[in-house]
Ligand binder design. Sequence first.
Ligand code: HEM
Length: 466
Amino acid sequence: MAVLTVIIGVVLGLCMLSTALLKWNEIKYRKKGLPPGTMGWPLFGETTDFLKQGPTFMKNQRARYGSVFKSHILGCPTVVSMDPELNRCILMSESKGILPGYPQSMLEILGKSNIAAVHGPAHKTMRGALLSLVSPTIIKQQILPTIDQFMRSHLSYWANQIIDIQEKTKEMALLSSLKQVFGNESCSLSKELMPEFFKLVLGTLSLPIDLPNTNYHCGLQARKNIVRMLKGLIEERRNSKETHEDMLSSLMNGGENRYQLSDEEIIDQIITILYSGYETVSTTSMMAVKYLHDHPRVLEELRKEHMGIRERKMAEDPLDWDDYKSMKFTRAVIFETSRLATIVNGVLRKTMKDMELNGECFVIPKGWRIYVYTRELNYDPCLYPDPHTFNPWRWLDRSLETQNYFFIFGGGTRQCPGKELGIAEISTFLHYFVTKYRWEEVGGDKLMKFPRVEAPNGLHIRVSDL
Ligand code: HEM
């Protein structure tokens, strides 16, 4: 009896303590003008629910509080916006004081001049310098031939084996970027740089605990090693008379380039290019392979497009700009893959001062995060009828790509500058993949869709010659 009384007492005590803690956290963040919502536990907020339940957590909160609600996730008081019009408005409001809000660990590892860490004139310079590297003319004359040569050789010997397409597309995305940035020197550099780059990526996705052996610590070390390698390469190029036709040479060519960057800025720009195009391009390529496998009619249509291109050429002819521009169905497959797999759930912003949102409906305090959560829009039946079906044909109407709520590549002042580069890479990969090979899944591999799209144990396929 006494034991039972103690147990009941402890349970009641815990209940009261929990209620008090939850209440205390609500009161701590109670401020006039904030949207409705809950703040969860002190310190941890609602992070566990968010990570465990993912999109369901977001949908439940929206059902209870509407499209704009407050929460406390990933260590910060946050306003989540699932309102398309408001999202557009937030992405256009950088000059009013809504800046990128990526975690400090990410910014420390990517460098203080990295594009997400700078704003105002510094952002204009870094963005301008990047856009000048990936203009349509440069893609046509320089980048597309490089991608073609790389993909052709990278995809040469995949037949008659089981491959992990997740691993292959990751390797492909990184090696292809290295080739564009460092040209012929990428081969000698890649062996030393690749393992460091993988550590850097892991570090940006980890808690900022700088202790030996933590992913964060290893990420910081990897950054140091990459910076050392790049400094050495820049120095070597300066002391040599050799000329190069690659992104590094354009960035170093201060005299001709109207964006004159310091060596530190050049290095952070290069790390940004490698980082931004890595997971986006590799995961979209992997998921395209997955969806094509599951939808034979789509694969047939895509193959028809690429076989048509090959029939107009000699076997050894590279893809050119006109070929790329003619890949209408391929572009549609890439958009439909990005939409349905939701490679990007949304983007993060933070407020630099108290900000009014949605007219004067809400006031978001200084220092809060705003999660511009665009995932659900990808499944909006008004924009995409029968939204859970993989139907690339819907994108053949080009107006879908230019509609106001197309956020697959972000929006506003930070819209992805690498969009066409990424599409050109994935298109070229698909070209060589579907014209050379057929494949079937080995089966049994799991796919996770949240918080990142990934196959935890790889996605294995058996590849044969077509
Ligand atoms: C399928 C491929 C890609 C997707 C889905 C994608 C998606 C996005 C999204 C959603 C943003 C907006 C981030 C924000 O607003 O905070 C963004 C920004 C950015 N992307 Fe991409 N991206 C892709 C490929 C690339 C590639 C290949 C590059 C390489 C140059 C790149 C470089 C960048 C950079 C530098 C930014 C930041 C722009 C700024 O802050 O002004 N992306 N991307």
